[in-house]
Design a protein around this ligand. Structure first.
Ligand code: FAQ
Length: 309
């Protein structure tokens, strides 16, 4: 008991000094569990996140756009794999985590349950969804758990490229025909609020934040990061002539931040409980992809058994 207490004290001191926790270091069970929960949800999000954009690979408007989109979607798969690997350093079993996802028992980001109805949605995802992911993940790159923070460093570099390609699609459409401008604005109207929901519930309704902030997994609260995203995105929208679909949005000269309208938390709760517009479709696609990939996993296992045992 005394031993656990002193280990716990040493752990808390390390966190307070801003030191990084590595897989072999002692850590409280709750820290480990919280990390496995959050990191596995993050890994699932990257993998499910390939689906909305993947739908447009065969319909990209040019060969160049198709190549860029293919590379981006492939990057997201890579992000999922880094984060699953980082989660394994905590003793989690990747197969179990994936089984939980496919059984509908694990969460993944709400944003990927919305449909991509036209090409402008690909611009909106790169710009807004990757943009929100960068704001969140730049903070996580300084989090207290070493393998997660290192995975975030590389992921953020790639997300920056994704973000720029999305913004460039939107900017190009806004310089195009009236119909292209309308498509871009329509995508903006549909993706803005779901992008704000990516940051999670408001601080007063975020049960995990207390643990995560105390242990410096989260360095900023959900609302702080959401505000940071709004402040950096509004001028980008204005620069290319897009209107933010929020009548209450206004700059506050005293706080030096934008004020925004109320988020529809009922919609958020419905989406994260499995009742968003595309939850069932996304899960069916993932289950099929997993079944179709069975022979690849079997071949890899047979190869490993022959060469590495
Ligand atoms: N969607 O107590 P909190 C990407 C859940 S990657 C679904 O505030 P926490 C790249 C939460 O899990 C996007 N569920 O939770 C890309 C918890 O449920 P639980 C993913 C959500 O953990 C781009 C409950 O609500 N990024 O986009 C959401 O302290 C383009 C209570 O919430 C990450 O995962 C949500 N939006 O804070 C890929 C980053 N929000 O487990 C492809 C890492 C909350 O108690 C294409 N994660 N919930 O049953 C985080 O930073 C945090 O986990 C938050 C939530 C901020 C998401």
């Amino acid at each position: 008991m005394q031993d656990t207490l002193s280990k716990e004290q040493a752990f808390e001191d390390k966190i307070a000094r801003g030191q990084v926790i590595e897989p072999k270091d002692w850590m409280p069970e709750r820290y480990r569990k919280q990390l496995i929960r959050m990191m596995s949800q993050h890994a699932h999000s990257e993998v499910v996140g390939m689906l909305p954009e993947g739908n447009w690979i065969t319909r990209a408007p040019s060969l160049e756009r198709k190549l860029v989109l293919l590379a981006k979607v492939q990057d997201e798969a890579g992000h999922g794999l880094y984060i699953y690997s980082a989660t394994e350093t905590l003793g989690a079993d990747r197969k179990e985590l994936i089984d939980q996802l496919l059984a509908g028992k694990a969460k993944y980001s709400s944003i990927f349950n919305y449909p991509t109805t036209n090409w402008a949605d690909i611009g909106a995802i790169g710009w807004l969804v990757d943009g929100a992911a960068i704001v969140n993940q730049t903070a996580l790159a300084k989090c207290s758990y070493g393998p997660y923070s290192r995975a975030m460093l590389r992921i953020c570099k790639e997300e920056n490229f994704h973000n720029k390609q999305g913004y460039q699609i939107m900017a190009r459409m806004m310089r195009g025909t009236k119909q292209q401008q309308e498509m871009a604005q329509d995508a903006m109207n549909r993706w803005w609020w779901p992008a704000l929901m990516m940051f999670g519930p408001s601080d007063k309704n975020s049960p995990n934040s207390e643990d995560l902030m105390r242990w410096k997994v989260k360095l900023y609260s959900n609302d702080d990061l959401r505000q940071r995203f709004i402040d950096r995105t509004v001028p980008q929208a204005e620069a290319i002539g897009l209107t933010i679909p929020d009548k209450e949005l206004k700059w506050n000269d005293k706080t030096r931040h934008y004020e925004h309208g109320e988020i529809n938390w009922e919609e958020f709760n419905a989406v994260i409980s499995g009742n968003g517009p595309c939850n069932k479709q996304r899960m069916n696609q993932r289950i099929k992809a997993h079944e179709d990939g069975k022979w690849v996993r079997q071949a890899a296992e047979a190869y490993a058994a022959k060469h590495y045992n």
